[in-house]
Write a protein that binds this ligand. Structure first.
Ligand SMILES: [Zn+2]
Length: 182
């Protein structure tokens, strides 16, 4: 049957005949913890510290436990070696991965991302500039050819006259301002 030390968790394989149904005190040779091993292992967990420590009655059991403990300890040491070995091999790929990270970050996708929104702004500015030029040209054309436009589209005659008047007054104001300056 299988025994587990409730204190350190060491496991032992013990012949079932060695442990009667009524239970028997056993000692973990790994940590020297003693407990009464019975069919339900929960009973043993509470007893050990308060109970006086009678000696294990059967030295054979102790011997078996010791042997098992040796095997257990050896197995654990092997496990620990494996674990540290695994840990070492685990840390190894981590370092190159960390070293790789800056390389991945370096090829300036960020810089491009920053530049990207500027381009639509520039083109937006260009479009705005072109539109302003076209509007200015249209305004100039409307002013210069207001008579022709008014003839072609009679509905525009009145607003065009107002527009021409406005531009003329603006020009007069500008001319006055220029003339006034010494
Ligand atoms: Zn133990």
């Amino acid at each position: 049957m299988r025994l587990g030390c409730p204190k350190c968790g060491a496991r032992y394989e013990v012949p079932s005949a060695e442990i009667p149904d009524t239970g028997r005190e056993v000692q973990c040779s790994a940590c020297d913890h003693r407990w009464i091993h019975a069919a339900p292992p929960a009973v043993t967990a509470t007893a050990p510290d308060t109970a006086p420590r009678p000696r294990p009655t059967d030295p054979n059991v102790l011997k078996i436990l010791r042997e098992e403990a040796q095997r257990e300890i050896a197995a654990r040491e092997r496990e620990a070696e494996d674990r540290t070995g695994a840990a070492a091999s685990r840390t190894e790929p981590v370092a190159p991965r960390r070293a790789l990270l800056p390389e991945i970050e370096e090829p300036q996708p960020d810089a491009r991302v920053v530049i990207a929104p500027e381009e639509p702004e520039r083109s937006g500015f260009l479009i705005g500039f072109v539109i302003a030029l076209v509007l200015a040209a249209l305004a100039a054309a409307a002013y210069l050819w207001s008579a022709e436009l008014a003839e072609a589209v009679p509905a525009l005659a009145e607003p065009l006259a107002a527009y021409v008047e406005a531009v003329d007054s603006l020009r007069r104001a500008l001319a006055d301002a220029v003339n006034r300056t010494p």
